[in-house]
Design a protein around this ligand. Structure first.
Ligand SMILES: [Zn+2]
Length: 272
């Protein structure tokens, strides 16, 4: 009966490990916070008899370790996010890499089209593939901090924890490229908080959100992905794509044509 807490924690861990997508970037008010470690009611909790709210854990039961402290999830995006380029040109951003299979292919395509993009890299993956971080920088693309291990809840943790995570990630990037500029931070899952924006700013990083999210992490076909981008893109858009975190075949397949068409229609510029 009381399996809901371990279940919620288990779900949370599962999402933390596998959740490289941005599942709720199109924020739906009131969406079920299955990832949340807050003790909010869960669907399964409503199916059985309603427990009394005052119920406390039995002293005879072994207590699980306390969940990591998190603040409540904000209901709206905080101020201070960059969502557009501010000019006509469109910015392409690639998240969740670097990935040894997909990142080089995306880099080849960008080089072929003679355009620059922004790569939002995960710290653990930057540490594992420093040569890819170096290539990103060497070829004139921008680097963006995407947290140490894609912690969707990072923005809700204590300020010191946020700060340590972002600094650790920058350190991994600079282990690959000692003089790397890291002008941006992007919060995993788009789960921004005012606190994470403020810490990023203290570390000289602007908070980079997006305009267009074709949800390539959910593995649409290349044709669907292309259609979604074309339908949503407009002057000054920041387009969210993924070069890591899973099978990005569709993204790699769709990108050459997408890059050419966006370049011809709007121009491609760096995020700013
Ligand atoms: Zn991500």
């Amino acid at each position: 009966m009381n399996a809901r807490i371990p279940l919620a924690v288990g779900l949370g861990l599962l999402l933390l490990v596998t959740g490289c997508g941005e599942p709720d970037s199109r924020t739906e008010p009131g969406a079920a916070p299955a990832w949340s470690s807050a003790p909010s009611p869960t669907p399964e909790a409503t199916t059985g008899p309603v427990p009394t709210p005052a119920a406390t854990p039995s002293p005879t039961r072994t207590s699980p370790p306390p969940p990591p402290p998190v603040r409540p999830r904000p209901t709206a995006l905080p101020a201070g996010l960059r969502k557009t380029t501010g000019v006509r040109g469109v910015a392409l951003t690639f998240d969740d890499g670097p990935d040894p299979v997909y990142t080089p292919r995306i880099l080849d395509q960008l080089r072929e089209a003679k355009v620059k993009a922004t790569f939002c890299v995960v710290g653990t993956r930057a540490r594992r593939h420093p040569e890819l971080v170096a290539r990103i920088a060497r070829e004139g693309h921008q680097l963006c901090n995407h947290s140490w291990q894609h912690d969707m809840d990072l923005g809700r943790r204590p300020l010191a924890a946020i700060r340590a995570d972002l600094k650790r990630t920058n350190k991994a990037i600079r282990a690959a490229v000692p003089d790397a500029k890291i002008p941006f931070y992007r919060q995993p899952g788009g789960r921004w908080t005012a606190e994470v924006v403020a810490v990023a700013k203290q570390l000289d990083m602007r908070s980079l959100h997006w305009t267009v999210d074709p949800q390539d992490w959910a593995k649409p076909t290349a044709a669907t992905l292309t259609k979604r981008v074309h339908k949503a893109v407009r002057p000054g858009a920041v387009v969210l794509l993924h070069d890591g975190g899973g099978d990005r075949t569709a993204t790699v397949t769709a990108c050459p044509r997408l890059i050419t068409e966006i370049k011809d229609r709007y121009g491609i510029t760096k995020a700013r």
